[in-house]
Design a protein around this ligand. Sequence first.
Ligand SMILES: Cc1ncc(COP(=O)(O)O)c(C=O)c1O
Length: 384
Amino acid sequence: MTRSARRMADIQPFHVMEILKRAHELAASGRDIIHLEVGEPDFASPQPIVEAAQRFLAGGHVHYTPALGLNTLREAIARFYHDRFGADVPPERIIVTPGASGALMLALAALTDPADEWLLPDPGYPSNRHLVRSFEGVPRALPVDASTRFQPTPAQVEAAWTAQTRGLMVASPANPTGTLLALDEIVALQETVSQHKGVLIVDEIYQGLNYGVDASTALSRLDDVFVVNSFSKYFGMTGWRLGWLVAPEAYVRDIEKLAQHFFISPSTPAQHAALAAFEPATIAILEERRHEFAERRNALLPALRQLGFQFATEPQGAFYLYADISGITKDSQSLARLLIEEAGVATTPGIDFGDNGPELHLRIAYTTGAGRLLEAVERIARVL
Ligand SMILES: Cc1ncc(COP(=O)(O)O)c(C=O)c1O
């Protein structure tokens, strides 16, 4: 007889994976599917990164690294913060992790006591509430909408705070909405949180994928904050499984102990590859890709608006559009099903991202070339 832990009753599947499965079934039966559901860049990892990994692997010495990551990589990340954002972040505060996912696990495991509440914007990244639950915390949704660019305000955090609240998690740029928090807004949220002796976690995984506004980091204004980042998105390294966490100094030793037990060390080949991620030749490739993402976004937004998709606030980051579909239907799951079955276009219904109007929203990822995006729009138009 199986007996999973009680918490498993609260762990939901990643619904977008179900869409992906259906997309693969249809593709296997010969249908041409356009993928607008995938949350990863369609580009290959930049060549300098691949070559750095190949050089390392040729030596054959693929051993563990220190649990906090290669010192050279931690120093390279610190230099990146300094050179790109003017932020002084000592390498000692940087913990290299298996993706932003590993960083989120470490932060939440180090900070959460049983029954501690975490305030999470809804809609938001689905894994956060499940990670909080996995560490016996309680996820508390903060409903956010277009009126605040889908980001929480200090007043809202203040009103939601209870004696059990441990902290607030935000993302900028955010998933699924692609919206940003200005640095002043992050500082104001941190002030509210710290008045209650709570903790702020800022997920900056989409940092660098900004359109019409400069990339930024909370670390240029704040030390007393946990910052999550990754090589997955801007750096185009999803499958390498590498990210990092910046923690206030006082927490690093605790997090190191957890990292030793959770992971022993992050992937060694991935860390050697990532040493090439900040080289000027790599950044030049990544900036070209950022421009292409911007062009896709600029073409897709008006085309979808013409079809009745609404965007009360324009996303300025990541590679997602979070469309209000209330002018078309009040059932995003049926619309997603219709689009994949009839138009061969895969999208993600709002259900993955929380309980705040999921039936009225669809996430559309522009992680596909411009030609295919426009074809997707034509197919959607025909079906609607
Ligand atoms: C907001 C956010 N945080 C964290 C992650 C985890 O990414 P990874 O573990 O690949 O770095 C994702 C992935 O889509 C995300 O959207």
